[in-house]
Design a protein around this ligand. Structure first.
Ligand SMILES: NC(=O)c1ccc[n+]([C@@H]2O[C@H](COP(=O)([O-])OP(=O)(O)OC[C@H]3O[C@@H](n4cnc5c(N)ncnc54)[C@H](OP(=O)(O)O)[C@@H]3O)[C@@H](O)[C@H]2O)c1
Length: 233
């Protein structure tokens, strides 16, 4: 897709991967609608439109897309990025954290997809990117609740890809390994460090996937740091 002058919606734009991605999409000449609860002070590009939205709420997502479709006829790109993780032994995971993860990581994705799919199908064009995690590819002790949400993202993405390919809509699922963002704030055992992936690099892979020719489709993007613990001593 030629990105210049196309319209993207990205969820979770205040920091981390979503923030880095918005910057890169704007640099490509896209008009970007950022859905989130908060926004960074440096998002001052006139082609960037922040819409306050908590993706956990279907009503909030509905209102955000009503606002978007008042301004544009078509959304060409949707990136479902908003997400969070809590960690620990499953029996110790508070119900509130369990629901917050599912509500954000998978229900929020569903609400956004429902808003764009009818229009993308009508336009016979679009690219959806869902951010999963390498936690969607393997089970991990103390990560069972978060893994469960991301395995759901994987299942949804692989199925949706087959559902909409004949409408010329691409669905790419991204599986990043540990990335140096604020994501680990709820994980006291892990401090972000420079051997993790950088959010800008994860964003770049997504931009490259978006820029591929119309009949070329990156179904899955598994991205890992080569030496997550640093060079072998
Ligand atoms: N960092 C990693 O190692 C890693 C690895 C694999 C996958 N991922 C996934 O990558 C995605 C981005 O994470 P990140 O690493 O960039 O983490 P981050 O720095 O914590 O950023 C998460 C973003 O999601 C937003 N968000 C959270 N809950 C939201 C809600 N209910 N409604 C709207 N926005 C919400 C946050 O906004 P607020 O500031 O308003 O909370 C923030 O902008 C997530 O889906 C995460 O699961 C991360």
């Amino acid at each position: 897709m030629e990105l210049k002058n196309k319209v993207a919606v990205v969820t979770g734009v205040s920091k981390g991967i979503g923030h880095a991605l918005c910057k890169q999409l704007l640099a490509k000449g896209m008009r970007v609608f950022g859905l989130g609860r908060t926004v960074a002070a440096d998002m001052d590009d006139e082609q960037f439109h922040f819409i306050a939205c908590d993706v956990q709420s279907s009503e909030s997502v509905k209102l955000a897309f009503e606002h978007i479709y008042k301004q544009v006829d078509e959304v060409h790109v949707l990136v479902n990025n908003a997400g969070l993780g809590y960690f620990g032994y499953l029996e110790n995971v508070p119900e509130e954290e369990w629901h917050q993860m599912f509500n954000t990581n998978i229900h929020g994705m569903f609400y956004c997809l429902k808003e764009v799919l009818p229009q993308m199908k009508k336009s016979q064009y679009g690219h959806i990117i869902n951010i999963a995690s390498t936690a969607a590819l393997e089970g991990m002790a103390m990560v069972s609740a978060y893994c469960a949400t991301k395995w759901a993202v994987k299942g949804l993405s692989e199925s949706l890809f087959r559902e909409v390919r004949d409408f010329r809509i691409k669905v790419t699922c991204v599986y990043p390994g540990s990335t140096k963002t604020d994501f680990f704030r709820n994980s006291p055992g892990i401090q972000p460090h420079d051997y993790m992936l950088m959010p800008e690099d994860v964003a770049l892979m997504m931009v490259q996937a978006l820029e591929t020719p119309d009949n070329f489709h990156t179904v899955n993007l598994e991205i890992r740091p080569l030496q997550p613990k640093g060079p072998k001593k």
